[in-house]
Design a binder for this molecule. Sequence first.
Ligand code: NAP
Length: 311
Amino acid sequence: MSVLVAAEFSAHEWAQWWPLLVRALPDEHLVRNRQAVQAGEIDVALVANPAPGSLQGLENLRLIQSLWAGVDRLLCDPSVPSHVPLARMVDPSMRDDMAQTALWAVLGLHRGYFDYAAQQRQGRWHQLELQRADEITVSILGLGEMGRAAAHSIALLGYSVLGWSLSEQLVSGVRTHHGAAALPSVLAQSRVVINLLPLTPSTRGLFDAHLLGQLPKGASLVNLARGAHVVESDLLESLDDGHLHRAVLDVFDTEPLPPEHPFWSHPRVTVLPHIAAPGDPRSGALIAAANVRALRAGLALKHIVERTRGY
Ligand code: NAP
């Protein structure tokens, strides 16, 4: 049998991932091009944002292992066979990356570093008033692999941290809430809201005018999850009418962010090119390989997505 690597990788990403996957799976026959073997010979697909339809007609597929954490694109592709277990990438190195990015955003917002960067461009020397960390409430929406790590690290620096999830979760140093009914009160207390929800039918477009309007005036939004969580026109309106102070955005409806997009030049928007937690191919290849070996040995597969809930 063969393992198909189906990825929309750049040449650089192929150069990183391919040798690591080959080394991590020495007993497997890996192919990059599905035409290289009969469709029936492929029983495992290692995928990273594959083009829609890439897995169609693979009748003997037994495992789809994502090399990326988010699987929303795969779940939207009707040609991805729904009876085949789909595993997402859960890599501790991504948790650390995400915690670092979230911390950077919180520090930048709390201590005015984004505003000082703008002041420097104007040649302006002006010291902003500084509050203590414990006077700043940071809310993390989504307490999964990424959200828990971010919440924990931010709490360790002394911020007042709220967490919100679907079911009840406990995170050390974090006041946690769950369920839709708890969201308005979480939002109303938030000076900084960090989105680390998965993209599902119930979270798509969640950050619209209604949600943003529930934040206190002067709050800031940090979106490190998926662009489609945010209604971009509503966010721009909230920034422009002075309700939101700032947005720090790593993910967008369209990526790369189109050159004409107003976010690029907005004075209170910070744009990152989807680098909050890029994942490390060195650990990623080993984690993916471990699940392939578990499949071959008849052992339990790890990090299987619950398709009915969408993450
Ligand atoms: P995860 O482990 O699946 O955790 C999801 C969390 O969201 C869980 O706490 C879950 O609640 C909660 N949740 C789901 N639906 C909800 C709802 N309707 N209402 C309230 N809470 C809800 O996800 P993850 O691996 O941490 O990833 C989080 C996000 O980060 C994803 O969107 C992923 O694509 C994105 N991401 C971005 C980057 C980047 O570089 N920007 C890198 C990696 C991941 P329960 O705990 O009750 O299940």
